[in-house]
Design a protein around this ligand. Structure first.
Ligand code: SAM
Length: 335
């Protein structure tokens, strides 16, 4: 078991397959991209699987593939197949921008992927092109349809709202999700952008999102959240209800900044270059790639992981006087 000093048990691993991304979301990274990892720094398929096996042996039960953009990684179905063969078999999901999902959904489902989260911040093609600096909205919408058709249920949609850009689209995003039977979650913007432009005064808060949705929808909190990052709400009524995929719907809010859920955090992160992070906002990392390449045994790697988890920080501390944004940005860590 991976228990930390505050009694939390880590059972969820976010595994970043690559730091590369096919979009350039303005709230995430600059137009020219980042200083990408060198090929030799990146883990190989065998290294990803070997490290995942150690995490599973220590009690990790869910693995989410992420990035960067995980579907930029050339052999995702093969990795999924190998992760699905671990014992006990972890639940496998993938967080993607959806651009290449239509091409891969069926194959990923056959390989053993259980679920998918797709980022969708806007339904307006021109705004999508502006926000992501790429004109790929039609491909993303096709990808979402393909994921649903491949049985990757429930398809979850993630939206970051940016004031002056897409904030007013929150009800329309919810309307589309309810009609298609997808689960929409709004994510508060976090101080993890590569440009260090995050501004607490400017960020759209959970409270503001709820207020906006409540103007059109009957939204009621659900009980039993557990360690999930999203606070979930039932949507009981609203415009277009007759066309909803189910009689009532759901919406989630991941309010990492204004309603932190660190006390229940069960997550660990492995970067594409094999660094273990016990918190998105950690300032330190534990190198697993070096020891792995130097021939460390599974037991030795397990010892390193257990030690890192034992020292997991209590919380992210955003808003505290001593808070310093981590050097790596969201996409370089694995969101
Ligand atoms: N490329 C994949 C995707 O788009 O889902 C996976 C990586 S991406 C970093 C994961 C999620 O993080 C996306 O939903 C993205 O919108 C979100 N994100 C990026 N930067 C963020 C920030 N500073 N605060 C909150 N969410 C952020």
């Amino acid at each position: 078991m991976l228990r930390d000093g505050f009694g939390r048990v880590a059972t969820d691993l976010r595994l970043s397959l690559t730091d590369l991304c096919s979009l350039r979301c303005t709230y995430c990274m600059p137009a020219e991209g980042l200083d990408w990892l060198a090929p030799a720094q990146r883990l190989t398929d065998d290294e990803f699987v070997a490290l995942a096996a150690v995490f599973v042996s220590l009690g990790v039960r869910t693995i989410r593939l992420t990035g960067g953009e995980p579907l930029v990684y050339p052999r995702v179905p093969a990795i999924v197949r190998r992760l699905a063969a671990l014992d006990p078999r972890p639940e496998l999901s993938l967080t993607t921008n959806g651009v290449a999902l239509a091409r891969h959904a069926e194959q990923l489902a056959r390989a053993g992927l259980d679920r998918v989260n797709v980022s969708l911040d806007t339904l307006d093609r021109a705004r999508f092109a502006e926000l992501t600096r790429r004109d790929r909205l039609p491909a993303v919408l096709d990808g979402i349809d393909a994921a649903a058709a491949a049985g990757l249920h429930p398809v979850k949609l993630n939206a970051v709202l940016v004031r002056g850009e897409n904030l007013h689209e929150a009800p329309a995003l919810l309307d589309r999700a309810l009609r298609h039977g997808h689960r929409l979650r709004f994510i508060e913007h976090m101080p993890l952008d590569a440009g260090h432009t995050w501004d607490r005064e400017q960020m759209v808060t959970a409270e503001e999102i709820l207020e906006l949705l409540s103007a059109d929808y009957a939204v009621v909190p659900r009980a039993g959240r557990g360690p999930a990052p999203a606070e979930e709400f039932d949507v009981l009524d609203g415009p277009g209800r007759a066309q909803w995929a189910t009689p009532t719907g759901r919406v989630g809010i991941i309010a990492s900044v204004t309603r932190p859920f660190c006390r229940d955090c069960d997550r660990l992160r492995l970067t594409a270059d094999g660094q273990l992070r016990t918190c998105l906002f950690a300032r330190d990392e534990t190198d697993l790639r070096g020891p792995l390449r130097a021939g460390a045994s599974a037991a030795e790697l397990a010892e390193l992981i257990v030690g890192a988890v034992a020292g997991k920080q209590a919380g992210h501390g955003i808003g505290g006087a001593g808070f310093v944004q981590p050097t790596r940005s969201m996409s370089a860590i694995g969101g």
